[in-house]
Ligand binder design. Structure first.
Ligand code: CUA
Length: 155
């Protein structure tokens, strides 16, 4: 086999692999309805502080045992910085960014969102045990990125 023939084989293999990946992606999105999670609405990022519910960030009880935590990420802090909920609380986080892309990961949970200007991200999680969880910005957002954190205190 001449060397060019090997090259052709590898090109075909590469092409087939790409097609298999594309098919898997389309199947996941269309067939299994798997999407990037959290996107729940749009907002004008210049008017975050005037747009409900972000004009009044914080935690409120929406039903017995159920809470909504409205949070804003802005370089380089979360508002509110600390939230407190009782153990067993089911908390729906509703969050957005007022400037650039930020991450929103709550240590020890599966809550992991992107806060993107113009987008409202939502995720619900039940805090079963008392304890303190760090909220970490995991998307590089500038000079103060490593100081951008918050806390969920479960009592
Ligand atoms: Cu916000 Cu990194």
């Amino acid at each position: 086999m001449k060397i060019e023939a090997y090259e052709e084989v590898f090109l075909w293999i590469s092409g087939v692999v790409l097609l298999v990946f594309l098919a898997a992606l389309v199947y996941a999105a269309v067939g299994m309805h798997i999407h990037v999670m959290g996107r729940a609405g749009e907002i004008d990022p210049r008017l975050v502080s005037q747009t409900p519910p972000f004009d009044n960030p914080g935690v409120r009880e929406t039903a017995p045992g159920k809470y909504e935590a409205v949070m804003i990420g802005k370089a380089w802090s979360f508002t509110p910085k600390t939230i407190e909920v009782p153990a067993g609380a089911e908390v729906t986080f509703r969050a957005t960014s007022a400037d650039v892309d930020h991450g929103f990961y709550i240590d020890g949970t599966r809550v992991n969102l992107m806060l993107i200007p113009g987008q409202v991200s939502v995720m619900t999680y039940r805090f079963r045990e008392p304890g303190t969880h760090l909220i970490i910005c995991h998307e590089y957002c500038g000079l103060g990125h490593q100081f951008m954190y918050g806390r969920v205190i479960v009592k």
